[in-house]
Design a protein around this ligand. Structure first.
Ligand SMILES: [Zn+2]
Ligand SMILES: [Zn+2]
Ligand SMILES: [Zn+2]
Ligand SMILES: [Zn+2]
Ligand SMILES: [Zn+2]
Length: 309
């Protein structure tokens, strides 16, 4: 075959022709020392280049990138394709490509583009796999998050409960039962929850006699658990400090305001945006409270609630 005699010959690694005269060697900065791409002068002149590193390509590539650059690109978490242009993150998780963002329905918890791996929560919301992966299923995890949240409410917003109020994880049917007992027991107490739909409610603060508790549906994604726990914790504080408060805007607005600050404290900025975007009584109440806080401080919001009772 004459292999021995041709050992010194150098062939262009793109077109395969023997390099006569001066060839050129290219190297990707991530390649190991000594690994090069040797090509002929014609290829150096004519071949398309990687748009990222300038390496000559054997043929034009759809991404405009060489294999090495392509392989080093982050991959969209929804469609699995390399993200070449701008990418997005949702509540700190990404990247997602713009294509997926534009064409796929969003996760109701974090706003990320949904894939086939999705879960429907009992209130009708659809959650993505990343939100689902953080779901709170055990009393230990729930209790630890609740304790942490109570401390954060105190340090950030300056109030706490005087009467011990536990938190219990319950399944959907247990939660429905708590809601049923609460609404038949104390029609006045639950004035703020007039439109409470047992099928779509994820948590409730309930009082029966001396017993007080926050009941939260098991399996909620962490962000939603915190949002619901903080909202109901605020209602628990109202139950202690302004039990006959009947102004719905203040009642729910205060609870949403506390939840808004808590999920912000935990870094869920996109989720805060979605709370603000609500056009219903919850969204209006939140805007009322934030407006008051902006002009007169957080303590004024707490006092407004207390004094309106
Ligand atoms: Zn060549
Ligand atoms: Zn490249
Ligand atoms: Zn994608
Ligand atoms: Zn999600
Ligand atoms: Zn509420």
């Amino acid at each position: 075959m004459g292999a021995a005699s041709k050992r010194q010959a150098v062939f262009c690694q793109l077109c395969g022709r023997r390099i006569v005269g001066k060839g050129r060697s290219f190297r990707h900065e991530t390649w190991p020392e000594g690994v090069t791409l040797s090509i002929c002068a014609a290829c150096e002149r004519d071949k398309p280049r990687c748009q990222r590193c300038g390496l000559p390509l054997a043929a034009p590539s759809a991404s405009g990138l060489c294999e090495t650059c392509r392989a080093s690109l982050p991959v969209c978490l929804a469609c699995g394709r390399p993200v070449t242009g701008k990418s997005l993150e949702f509540d700190g998780i990404g990247p997602y490509c713009l294509d997926c963002y534009r064409t796929r329905p969003p996760c109701d918890i974090c706003g990320a583009p949904l894939t086939d791996e999705r879960w429907q929560l009992s209130d009708g919301r659809i959650s993505c796999q990343h939100c689902q992966a953080s779901a709170v299923f055990t009393p230990d995890v729930a209790g630890a998050l609740y304790d942490q949240m109570k401390k954060a409410v105190f340090s950030q917003l300056g109030f706490e409960l005087n009467i011990p109020t536990g938190l219990a994880l319950v399944d959907r049917n247990q939660l429905k039962e708590v809601i049923r007992l609460q609404t038949e027991d104390k029609p006045v107490q639950s004035a703020g929850h007039q439109d409470l739909d047992p099928e779509r409610t994820l948590g409730i603060y309930a009082r029966r006699g001396m017993r007080r508790g926050i009941y939260i549906q098991t399996g909620l994604p962490r962000m939603l658990f915190l949002q619901v726990a903080a909202h109901e914790y605020a209602h628990a504080w109202q139950g202690e400090n302004c039990p006959i408060l009947s102004d719905r805007l203040v009642h729910e607005g205060f609870a949403e305001w506390v939840a808004y600050h808590m999920i912000g404290y935990y870094g869920y900025r996109d989720s805060q945006e979605r709370m603000l975007a609500r056009q219903d009584g919850y969204g209006r109440g939140l805007k009322w409270a934030l407006g008051l806080e902006q002009s007169q401080g957080a303590q004024t919001v707490v006092d407004a609630c207390r004094n309106m009772a």
